[in-house]
Ligand binder design. Structure first.
Ligand SMILES: Cc1cc2nc3c(=O)[nH]c(=O)nc-3n(C[C@H](O)[C@H](O)[C@H](O)COP(=O)(O)O)c2cc1C
Ligand code: SF4
Length: 491
């Protein structure tokens, strides 16, 4: 099946007709406003209330923060830190570009591991005392770039995403590391060659990891970050907990047990880093792992039984049930967590529901649906969750595939209250200034618009630093661009 390229859809009517033909419900505003009255330029007032139940927040006043507009930059790793987890010049450049984009909410920058064995790759940033100054400098570089262009940072909110990569941890360059897992997953264990007798995380080891998260949050606070995001998405450990339905003991089975890890981290942060904001990035729904069929098109792994390992899934493997995600948001609200970023699935086993793309990454599959369907699904789910908890500050994801139409959909979503912020991922790699251009009413720079070529995912999958090789002149000129071309030609 071939899908129409958005770059060729020039009029609103053409887009409406195409969406109707696809049967995809994706409303958008025909005209994008600019200037101070535009919906996307409106400030958002975030007040983090005292926890109402469950968690003590001793001496913690209600914090009120004004976030200057409705664009957020989503976290994106570059696979370009030093081997001991400090940023390099490439990392600093990426963060400076995030800063000068004009977005007033920096959701986490990129995933930073709370300890060595939790790194997703040997070049991931690592939060430890010895790296504190370099992470503070990274934040300062972002803020300096923002200040240089926009003259102020008092309405800019910068957080840091904290993670342990769980079953997707690949912390060492040499092969042979077997990642810890919370439970045996019938498909993922097979796919990643995990032996059936691989021992699981013990409850004691989890308790010690909770302490590592809390320590890391304290370091992030000392590095000047306003909040930390406890990453609960994309198949990494915080997300794996939510599907640990078969796990016995304190951290598995019931939803209360599956959220214990997060609750303990939040309680630790409240006690040991009072005043630090806490956010959560959530894969609000998940599907069964997909695989390429004979034509390379993605298809769900066959199931002979209900699929129980999709948090937010309905048991079919490809359907959604938001009962547990809604309960999860209720829990966050009760913990005083107001910042929530909605994502879905995992880039490893079902990327099309998380980062809709026309061109798959090297370990992916051709799109099983028009990527617009994936964009619309994420927007719809985010809107349903926002409706369930209007009091939370909700950030949406997965907009980059919209390309020229991103501002139109973004404005519609924010104007109609379906999300509070529109998060930009890949578009912030190819064309971070899209934010500033939209807010200033400048025409879009079409040659910089992300076309979802997926090179920023393919490169790291092949051991290269991540960046926008097709569209960013800086990466085009790097030696890795040639290597990537050769690798892709051989695939
Ligand atoms: C190269 C790359 C790195 C990413 N790294 C992270 C990460 O560190 N943490 C995270 O939560 N999401 C990460 N993501 C997912 C993005 O934040 C975002 O959810 C996804 O790209 C979909 O949004 P988009 O359509 O605007 O790209 C990454 C995505 C890409 C392409
Ligand atoms: S490599 Fe560039 S164009 Fe391709 S998906 Fe990434 S940001 Fe977009």
């Amino acid at each position: 099946m071939t899908y129409r390229r958005l770059a060729q859809i020039k009029t609103a009517q053409d887009l409406r007709d195409y969406l109707a033909r696809l049967g995809v419900d994706l409303p958008f505003d025909e005209t994008v406003q600019s200037g101070p009255d535009s919906p996307l330029a409106q400030p958002y007032v975030l007040s983090e209330p005292q926890a109402t139940e469950g968690v003590q927040t001793p001496g913690r006043p209600t914090a009120v923060v004004r976030i200057g507009n409705r664009f957020a930059i989503l976290p994106m790793e570059g696979w370009d830190g030093t081997h001991d987890g400090r940023p390099t010049e490439l990392t600093v450049r990426r963060w400076q570009r995030f800063g000068s984009s004009g977005a007033k909410l920096i959701w986490g920058g990129e995933a930073v591991a709370v300890r060595m064995d939790g790194r997703a790759n040997p070049r991931q940033l690592l939060l430890k005392e010895a790296n504190l100054a370099s992470l503070a400098a990274l934040r300062e570089a972002l803020e300096a770039a923002h200040a240089a262009r926009f003259g102020r940072v008092d309405d800019l909110l910068v957080g840091l995403q904290l993670t342990h990569s769980g079953r997707f941890a690949r912390p060492y360059a040499q092969k042979g590391f077997v990642p810890p897992i919370l439970y045996h997953h019938p498909i993922l264990d097979r796919r990643y060659g995990l032996p059936p007798d691989l021992p699981l995380w013990t409850d004691e080891a989890i308790a010690s990891l909770v302490e590592d998260f809390v320590q890391a949050a304290g370091l992030a606070q000392r590095a000047g970050f306003a909040f930390v995001d406890i990453k609960c998405c994309h198949g990494y450990l915080g997300h794996e907990f939510l599907s640990a339905v078969d796990r016995p003991g304190r951290y598995g089975g019931s939803l209360a047990n599956r959220t214990r890890f997060l609750r303990e981290i939040v309680a630790g942060i409240r006690a040991q880093a009072p005043g630090l904001g806490v956010g959560v990035r959530l894969s609000a729904f998940d599907f069964v792992p997909f695989r390429p069929n004979a034509d390379g098109v993605g298809e769900p792994e066959p199931l002979g039984h209900p699929y129980r390992y999709a948090f937010g899934g309905d048991g079919t493997g490809v359907g959604i049930d938001l009962a547990e995600p809604c309960a999860f948001l209720d829990l966050l609200a009760s913990l005083g967590v107001r910042l929530v970023c909605i994502s879905a699935g995992s880039p490893y086993y079902n990327p099309h529901i998380q980062r809709p793309a026309l061109f798959p990454p090297s370990d992916g599959y051709l799109p099983p649906e028009d990527p617009l369907a994936g964009v619309a699904r994420l927007i719809r789910v985010t809107a349903q969750l926002k409706q369930h908890r209007p009091d939370l500050a909700i950030v949406g994801s997965g907009y980059s595939y919209l390309q020229e139409w991103l501002p139109n959909v973004a404005q519609h979503v924010v104007r109609t209250g379906q999300a509070d912020f529109v998060g930009l991922g890949r578009m912030a790699l190819s064309y971070p200034d899209m934010v500033a251009d939209v807010l200033a009413g400048q025409p879009l720079q079409r040659q910089r618009i992300c076309r979802t070529f997926s090179d920023c995912t393919t490169a790291p999958r092949q051991g290269l630093v991540s960046g926008c090789y097709p569209l960013d002149d800086f990466y085009k000129a790097r030696p890795e661009a040639k290597q990537l071309k050769t690798i892709k030609a051989a695939m």
